[in-house]
Design a protein around this ligand. Structure first.
Ligand code: FMN
Length: 238
């Protein structure tokens, strides 16, 4: 079903209204506490955020590819400040999470063994095939979590958000069972990743990344490369 795009105009109008309100507030007023975790600035960001642009983010996840088109995911949209603060605690006290206006919990739903997930892993790791085949179903689900699949949906969401000026951060470190209890998740839903969204307070810091030379190889790994290095290659192509 095509997504109703009429929210774009409504978004623009509400963003303008909130911008006008923010322009009237002093810096001190912006820092005024709202509840235990928020300031007025965060509350305004929350209001500006909570329009239907989040639907575009969710739709980017929904449309993601998955092996065999199994779509073994459910997306929990968490907007209540109190829940988000408790999630920060469950994520090993990562306090910064409590300020976020939106958190999406990427859950996996176990794919039936008959669909062949274990077979794929046995083929990939024949030396562990026996152990994989006999692993208890619950343990297998917990370890496997179809997590590579939710990472694909999450990546699409993150990029869709970024396109709209919304920043995000992945969070993998959290207590799975406690989060499932907090969110009252049905049996079989396993929280696998948390995506924390918000408008960045500061411009993104550049983090050091490995060079292409360090992360790319061509053809058989041990064959000598013919080009003079990636930076030269790219300069040559521009
Ligand atoms: C799967 C995954 C899990 C992550 N978990 C956390 C986390 O629990 N807490 C946190 O502060 N950052 C977390 N991060 C953020 C990474 O630390 C960050 O992406 C990395 O330092 C690279 O920075 P960049 O995203 O700006 O390129 C996670 C990132 C990924 C991809």
């Amino acid at each position: 079903m095509a997504l109703d795009q009429s929210f774009i105009e409504r978004n623009r109008a509400s963003t303008d209204r909130i911008r006008a309100l923010a322009a009237r507030l002093t810096y001190e007023e912006m820092q005024h506490p709202v509840g235990e975790h928020w300031t007025a600035a965060i509350a305004l960001a929350h209001l500006a955020f909570w329009d239907r642009r989040v639907m575009v983010v969710l739709d980017a996840g929904r449309l993601s590819p998955s092996g065999g088109n199994e779509q073994p995911w459910r997306f929990g949209v968490i907007t209540e400040a109190d829940l988000i603060a408790r999630m920060a605690d469950i994520a090993h006290q990562q306090a910064w999470i409590a300020q976020a206006p939106l958190v999406i919990v990427l859950c996996t739903v176990g794919v039936d063994d008959a669909r062949g997930g274990r077979d794929i892993q046995c083929d990939g790791f024949p030396e562990y095939a026996e152990a994989i085949r006999h692993m208890d179903q619950d343990l297998y689900q917990a370890l496997n979590q179809e997590e590579h699949q939710t990472k694909i949906a999450g990546t699409h969401m993150v990029l869709a958000a970024l396109e709209r000026g919304i920043g995000s951060c992945w969070v993998s470190r959290f207590e799975v069972k406690r989060l499932a209890e907090l969110l009252n998740l049905p049996e079989g839903y396993i929280p696998s990743e948390i995506l924390v969204f918000g408008y960045p307070e500061h411009p993104g810091m550049a983090v050091e990344k490995k060079s292409l030379d360090e992360v790319v190889f061509y053809n058989p790994y041990n064959r000598t490369r013919q080009s003079g290095g990636h930076s030269d290659d790219f300069r040559g192509n521009r």
